[in-house]
Design a protein around this ligand. Structure first.
Ligand code: GN1
Ligand code: MG
Length: 354
């Protein structure tokens, strides 16, 4: 990172109520939406500074309101390490031109993983997701704004896909033939899902593995981070998104589709972790979980395909076809998960129905 950028980041930090020092920064490139930096004091990581992508998150005030709701609950349960640092004007984010910045704590001795095949991590992940939901289960959905309206609504994502397809270049239509076929074949199966009997819960909505913090020493699950999409939803969203990143240890943009797997041991460990969490899950929710494990890789693959057809206007990409690679690997996982529905359903029942 060059010196002028380090100075710029330091001058942004001066607007927050933290000791005024000269800090160092390291950029983290794993997110696809916001820009994230670890802030170091001497050589120690102290904070996480983020520039919120305001073309994706249009209501930052509402987003930070949701964030604060969750942090308050976490802190009242003695998880005091995770906090937001306010600005000198006592607001939860700092605005500079069109950009919004926020500062949160760096949780000491924590680690996150992009991929894993460690069974203990899958088990801890199940506990973490379950306990997050248990913590939020009495929240009033009206106290949360929808940071991205209809975020996991498949009808909306299919509509966006169709719009993008109409405008896409001949070449893109040609190279995406088999993915488009997969959409046509799979969408009717998933749009049949009936949410009517499911309770609306405050969900995290982005429970992929690298949004989970674990203890560096013991791999105990600590926190779910990245609370930008905390808003009302169905439990199978969070279940499915965690499963998609635990049963498959290949990267999200893996080009070699042979490497995409559905690891049943990791699946079972996650369920066992969920079972011993404090979450009280309803019977209709239990019946919906296996579909969540197909729904989430499918909807993410569909959104990646749409962005590829739209010439990469939404996700940050590091090469031209990255969205297409993400789509292919996510669709492969959705296909594997769909074949595993009978297995998932009996394994879920065995553990969760008492
Ligand atoms: C985006 O930026 P990040 O990694 O937190 C996306 C998620 C996807 C994820 C794919 C607001 O999240 O829905 O699961 O990329 N977030 C938004 O890894 O679109
Ligand atoms: Mg996110």
């Amino acid at each position: 990172m060059d010196n002028s950028y380090i100075n710029e980041l330091n001058s942004i930090l001066q607007n927050f109520s933290v000791p005024q020092k000269v800090y160092n920064f390291k950029s983290i490139n794993i997110g696809l939406i916001n820009y994230t930096y670890v802030v170091f004091e001497l050589n120690k990581p102290k904070y996480i500074l983020q520039r919120i992508n305001t073309s994706v998150f249009k209501n930052v005030k509402g987003l930070m309101h949701n964030y604060n709701n969750v942090i308050k609950l976490l802190n009242s349960n003695s998880h005091s390490e995770f906090k937001i640092y306010n600005t000198n004007d006592n607001t939860s984010f700092y605005t500079l031109n069109d950009d919004c910045w926020r500062l949160i704590s760096f949780v000491k001795n924590s680690i996150s993983y992009n991929t894993t095949s460690e069974e203990k991590i899958a088990f801890e992940a199940g506990k973490l997701v379950g306990n997050f939901h248990a913590l939020l289960q009495n929240e009033n959905p009206n106290d949360y704004i929808e940071t991205i309206p209809q975020f996991h609504n498949l009808q909306l994502r299919l509509h966006e896909f169709k719009q993008a397809y109409k405008k896409a270049s001949f070449n893109k239509i040609d190279v995406t033939k088999s993915e488009v076929d997969f959409v046509q074949k799979t969408a009717p199966f998933l749009t049949q899902l009936n949410n009517a009997s499911l309770p609306i819960r405050i969900c995290h909505n982005d429970t992929k593995l690298n949004n989970m913090l674990f203890s560096k020493d013991s791999n105990k699950g600590l926190y779910l981070i990245d609370l930008d999409t905390v808003m009302p939803g169905y439990f199978y969203y969070d279940f499915g998104d965690a499963i998609r990143t635990l049963v498959n240890s290949a990267k999200e943009d893996e080009k070699d589709l042979e490497k995409i797997t559905f690891n049943t041991i990791m699946f079972e460990q996650f369920i066992k972790g969920l079972k011993i969490s404090d979450l009280k899950i309803t019977t209709p929710e239990i019946a919906s979980l296996q579909y969540g494990a197909v729904y989430m890789p499918f909807i993410h693959g569909l959104r990646a395909l749409t962005d590829y057809l739209n010439n990469n206007v939404y996700y940050q990409v590091s090469y031209e076809n990255q969205n297409l690679d993400r789509c292919k690997s996510l669709f492969k996982l959705a296909k594997l998960a769909k074949e595993k529905i009978p297995y998932m359903s009996s394994s879920i029942k065995k553990e969760l129905i008492v």
